[in-house]
Design a protein. Structure first.
Length: 386
């Protein structure tokens, strides 16, 4: 089936496979963080159906459809990958697996990692056997990420790491962390950074959750105290981690930008409001705003597809990822504002389940680079303004 190159024949084959293999319980479109499968050594499946769905798709490499087969993927080129995504949407299927390993670390390893690193880490990511978190920001290095001070010393047969990371999403649940560390304190700040892979169970690694305004704690502080890391864990060259970091950030921003293209499994905003609040669209102003948001969502979705096509053709997305991230996160906030408006003051009832995700969207315009930073990048790098 995966070797079929004719698009029409591939669509028929993948449609039949999905109809036969996607459990009914996984066809509810629940791709929100509370319902997706994150995988990892300590993952507890929501249901047997979730486990079966992951096992069936990962066996064919469909959790990471465009990755090479030798590293756990399906080896699909862009046209067939788009067809696969369309067929998933047709049956309202959940994504079988989501993770920072898939969205961020995997692309970085494919581009910068050694063959040994790819063989070691990519297949377990594809099978959902390891869960990664990101160690970029520090208390003194947020928007100015190149100011990281987590110290990584060469001890001959290993690296010794000391420092603190902050806003490390799901660090308390992760098996490993990919982190920016300073390996040369004398070099210019962009030049003395390395990209290091660290086992979260290593002695000296600890985490502390940070409670957010939404009431949940997806973010953590991560502390690294005399942590020993094997020498082969640096991705790319020593002191060249900034190149890896920038590449990974484009994928992170593209991932975050996708939040604006849909709410509740990617369904139309009007349908979400109409199902939950039958009287919500009688307000002409709200209806017009919902239509505007849907048009914007379609536009950004098509733009993301265009840049993905360019990336597959070897052109990359570059600084355009800042534009996608800005538009996606701002649109995501707008969509949730409209859902809140449709429910009126009742939306503020915490038990109604609308206020927490609405408040969570505020963080979208901070994480991965603030909206203000994104606008600065767009002005300087995309529009070439001085």
């Amino acid at each position: 089936m995966l070797d079929i190159t004719d698009p029409n024949a591939f669509r028929s084959a993948i449609r039949a496979w999905l109809d036969d293999n996607c459990p009914a319980e996984m066809r509810d479109g629940e791709n929100t963080p509370d319902h997706v499968c994150w995988g990892g050594k300590n993952w507890v499946y929501e249901s047997d159906a979730q486990r079966v769905w992951l096992e069936r798709t990962s066996a064919l490499g469909l959790t990471v459809p465009t990755w090479p087969r030798e590293y756990g993927g399906a080896g699909l080129e862009r046209t067939r990958e788009k067809i696969y995504r369309e067929e998933l949407a047709r049956i309202n299927a959940r994504l079988p697996l989501q993770s920072f390993g898939i969205w961020m670390l995997g692309p970085a390893l494919l581009n910068f990692g050694t063959h040994e690193q790819k063989e070691t880490y990519l297949p377990p990511i594809a099978r959902g056997e390891i869960r990664w978190c990101q160690g970029y920001s520090e208390p003194g290095a947020g928007s100015d990420l190149a100011s990281v001070q987590t110290k990584c010393e060469d001890m001959g047969d290993h690296w010794l790491v000391n420092g603190q990371k902050i806003w490390t999403s799901y660090a308390d649940k992760a098996d490993a962390i990919f982190a920016l560390v300073r390996t040369d304190k004398e070099a210019p700040k962009h030049k003395g950074i390395s990209f290091l892979l660290i086992d979260m169970t290593a002695k000296g690694v600890s985490t502390k959750p940070i409670r957010l305004i939404s009431g949940s704690s997806p973010f953590c502080e991560t502390f690294l105290d005399d942590v020993k890391v094997p020498k082969g864990q640096i991705v790319g060259d020593v002191n060249s981690g900034w190149d890896v970091a920038k590449y990974l950030l484009t994928h992170e921003r593209e991932m975050i930008s996708g939040g604006g293209t849909g709410v509740s499994g990617g369904r139309a905003l009007g349908a979400v409001i109409a199902d939950a609040f039958p009287d919500g669209l009688t307000d002409t102003s709200l209806r017009a705003q919902a239509m505007d948001a849907e048009i914007d969502a379609l536009a950004i979705s098509l733009t993301i597809d265009r840049y993905k096509d360019q990336s597959s053709a070897g052109q990359g997305t570059g600084h355009a990822s800042a534009m996608l991230k800005y538009m996606g996160t701002e649109l995501n906030k707008t969509r949730h504002e409209l859902i809140m408006s449709a429910n009126g003051s009742d939306a503020l009832d915490w038990d109604a389940g609308l206020a927490a995700p609405w408040l969570r969207t505020k963080a979208n315009s901070i994480e991965g680079g603030t909206s203000e930073v994104m606008l600065g990048i767009i002005a300087r790098r995309v529009l070439d303004l001085k």
